[in-house]
Ligand binder design. Structure first.
Ligand code: F6P
Length: 763
């Protein structure tokens, strides 16, 4: 910057000086010309007015008269003198001062007499510059001599010197002012903002501030700075990812992140695209007066799949169940989501009330749900529901075929028990598609599954897939045993696959998880809840307690909420010192309330919480705070962080992500997890206090153990479980699922190609 300033100053000085001198020179030349012309004119006028008198007097021959005449004109401004010469250029009369200057007759006179024409020249006599003006004199048209008028022209030179002096000072002042102003402009508008921008960028580069922080006043460099900020942000992300990778490599682990999944999926898809099908959509639009509300449903599936779709910009095909869903889609029933930061496409499929009733409430949730969850609620199978289940599966197949139409070898991930028939229906039309179905709920033993009147069709539909995923190995085993009993096929127990009608289906466990990748506390996030924060949270719920428990569920009979309440009651009965000290917050999102069993359960949970509260509560304390509405992730987070323990007491559960979400939220590694042994999560989270939820006393005891556990023990357990979740996070789940699916050999395609060419040859 200093070099730039020096160069700038020198350029300005040279530039301004050259321009000013050029102008001044032109001005001086013009002024000298004007002054000379003026003097010549004066000499001419004087000469002409003298000439008449001189000619007359010269004719008389009186030299004295001539001398008087010249002396009369002798004292005019700048006039040195006047002289009269005869025809031979001899002086006839001359003013005395002129005699000191003109020692001989001037050349101009000789020339004027010779040419008979007036003549003027500027000449130098010694140090004096003079103007000699000569004109011929006549008498009766005859040349009789010459008149010479001499002016002092030195004042012209003085005038010129004055102009040059003024020019010098003007140039000096101009250069000084312009250089000063330029330097101030450079400092204020260029070097100042550049220095601030550089300082800001350095702070960003070194990670002392983030690019989201307000930019300093960077004047005209703001657009440039914005670009640099974006670049710095990307560099920071890349650096964080690289550091993460390096850290993990160092630790001997290979952690899955959103970025890694994104790169992995792009590589695996090799130019193809990912399509996900589920009944539940990730965003539901609901009308609220004049505005549209967007709601995220309380679904473990949605929690798990959202980060996957965000990572690879695929298409999610789901039932548009919101009352304002149609208002939010384009002509092809699509919209970009998440609404605040669109990253993938949601394609909505519309169902009539009748279809929803039969397929979703009826066959899926009154039939398959209790069939697969052994929770002692009797499955109901109606032929009409089965009919609609098939129709809706066909409807979704059409939507999928439409979406994948232009994609060669698409990768389709079908989700859950709502779409058992979809894999075969898709593969029949698009054998080049790689289709996997992930079954989010348990698969019971063959005897239990056997009560379903359409078990053969369901199993056959599933076997259309290239890959079938369950949360745990025992569900895979149950499924393979069911296949063995129900359909004509060859089960390969060594490779966990099924060969049926020339098509091989792999069956694998993929334990689903949550997004736990960053272990450092984020900006503004404390690691734990302070005592004051916890007290105020509880007061806001109308209770005061020293210890806090949390449960978060859809109100579903498989979740063991009533058993949990009974365990809390038993705990307070058995350990009365905890009365007035332990409160349990139950967040219960009403779910499938259209089904009588669920509707009744809502009332039962309400009544049970009331009964227990009535039995124990005091003025300021109640044992159970039942929050009966759906809460967003952000609303639930403070409860997770404030709680001493979390209870997951499902009577049967595929995985249960609440258990993992609770641990993911506990960066302080303090919360204790009480976990039903009948959840898929119990296979991984061995440091939880595992309970049989039917054993009320055991669960009550687990509450006491959790509350009295030594802090070191709590931390060790939480630490180990968080490490497990971090290593087996949702990105690994998706990465493994997609890798396995992409490794499948599409035998059907090979075979059908062969068959096609064979039939062509025969024809
Ligand atoms: O957790 C099992 C599951 O079936 C999910 O797949 C599903 O999203 C969730 O239960 C909630 O069910 P629903 O979508 O019927 O409300």
């Amino acid at each position: 910057m200093r070099l730039l300033s020096v160069r700038l100053i020198i350029s300005l000085i040279v530039g301004i000086t050259v321009v000013s001198l050029g102008f001044s020179y032109y001005q001086v030349v013009a002024e000298r010309r004007a002054l000379r012309g003026d003097l010549e004119r004066r000499a001419e006028v004087l000469g002409e007015s003298l000439a008449g008198n001189v000619e007359k007097t010269l004719g008389t021959g009186s030299n004295q008269a001539l001398q008087r005449l010249v002396q009369r004109f002798g004292n005019r401004e700048h006039l040195i003198g006047v002289a009269i010469y005869d025809r031979q250029a001899q002086v006839v009369a001359m003013t005395p001062e002129l005699g000191k200057v003109l020692t001989a007759s001037p050349q101009a006179l000789t020339q004027a007499i010779r040419d008979d024409h007036e003549e003027s020249t500027f000449v130098k006599f010694g140090s004096t510059r003079i103007l000699v003006f000569a004109l011929p004199l006549h008498h009766d048209d005859e040349l009789t001599g010459g008149l010479v008028i001499v002016h002092d022209a030195d004042y012209i030179q003085a005038q010129m010197l004055r102009v040059w002096r003024e020019t010098f000072f003007r140039v000096l002042a101009q250069v000084f002012l312009i250089v000063l102003i330029t330097l101030l402009i450079v400092r204020w508008s260029i070097s100042g903002p550049i220095a601030r921008a550089a300082q800001w960028m350095r702070a960003m580069r070194t990670g002392r501030i983030s690019s989201s922080q307000k930019m300093p006043d960077l004047d005209m460099f703001r657009p440039l700075a914005r670009e640099v900020a974006t670049m710095a942000e990307s560099l920071n992300l890349a650096r964080n990812a690289a550091e993460n990778e390096a850290r993990l490599r160092e630790a001997g682990a290979s952690m899955w992140t959103a970025d890694r999944l994104s790169v992995h999926i792009q590589a695996r898809l090799a130019g193809s695209r990912l399509f996900v099908v589920s009944n539940r959509e990730p965003y539901i639009h609901q009308r609220n007066g004049k505005s549209l509300d967007v709601v995220v449903p309380p679904s473990g599936l949605v929690t798990a799949l959202e980060p996957v779709l965000n990572a690879c910009d695929g298409t999610w095909i789901a039932h548009g169940s919101g009352d304002a869903d149609m208002e939010a889609v384009d002509a092809k029933d699509r919209l970009r989501v998440p609404p605040d930061d669109p990253r993938y496409t949601l394609r909505r499929v519309w169902l009539s009330k009748r279809e929803e009733e039969g397929y979703y409430y009826g066959f899926a949730n009154e039939g398959l749900w209790p069939l697969c969850h052994i929770a002692h609620t009797r499955p109901i199978f109606r032929a009409s529901d089965w009919q609609l289940y098939q129709e809706v599966n066909r409807k979704f197949t059409d939507a999928v075929l439409e979406e994948i139409e232009d994609t060669p070898s698409p990768v389709v991930l079908v989700q859950d028990y709502h779409f058992a028939l979809l894999p075969r229906l898709i593969k029949e039309k698009r054998p080049d598609a790689r289709v996997a179905i992930f079954w989010h709920i348990p698969w019971p033993n063959p005897e239990a599954f056997g009560i379903c009147p359409w078990q053969r069709q369901l199993v056959d539909g599933l076997l259309g897939a290239d890959l079938i995923g369950f949360h745990v190995q025992s569900h895979c085993n149950n499924f393979l045993q069911t296949v063995d009993r129900v359909v004509e096929s060859r089960v390969d127990w060594e490779h966990f696959s099924v060969l049926r009608q020339d098509h091989r289906t792999m069956v694998r466990p993929f334990p689903i998880s949550v997004d736990l990748t960053d272990d450092e506390p984020g900006e503004g996030q404390t690691t734990g809840f302070t005592y004051a924060e916890r007290t105020s949270l509880m007061r806001s719920l109308g209770t005061e307690a020293t210890f806090l428990g949390i449960g978060v569920d859809r109100v579903d009979y498989t979740k063991g909420i009533l058993e949990r309440f009974l365990a809390i009651e038993r705990f307070l009965e058995k350990y009365p010192t905890y009365q007035g000290k332990f409160s349990f917050i139950q967040i219960g999102a009403p779910s499938r309330t259209h089904i009588k069993r669920y509707h009744d359960l809502l009332a039962e949970v309400d009544a049970e919480a009331d009964r227990i509260n009535w039995r124990f509560q005091s003025d300021k304390w109640k044992p159970i705070v039942y929050l009966k509405r759906q809460h967003s992730h952000n609303e639930i987070a403070p409860y997770y962080r404030a709680a001493d323990l979390c209870m997951v007491t499902s009577l049967h559960d595929g995985m249960n992500l609440v258990a993992k979400e609770f641990l993911a939220a506990r960066r302080d590694e303090r919360g204790v997890l009480i976990l039903s042994q009948f959840t898929g999560a119990a296979r991984e989270l061995r440091d939880a206090l595992l309970v049989n939820p039917y054993d009320i006393d055991q669960s009550a005891e687990a509450i006491r153990v959790a509350l009295e556990m030594e802090p070191e023990d709590k931390q060790l357990r939480a630490h180990r479980m968080r490490r497990t979740i971090k290593e087996n996070n949702i990105y690994r789940w998706a990465g493994n699922l997609i890798t396995s699916l992409c490794e499948v050999r599409l035998d059907v395609v090979e075979n059908s190609k062969e068959k096609l060419s064979a039939s062509a040859t025969t024809a």
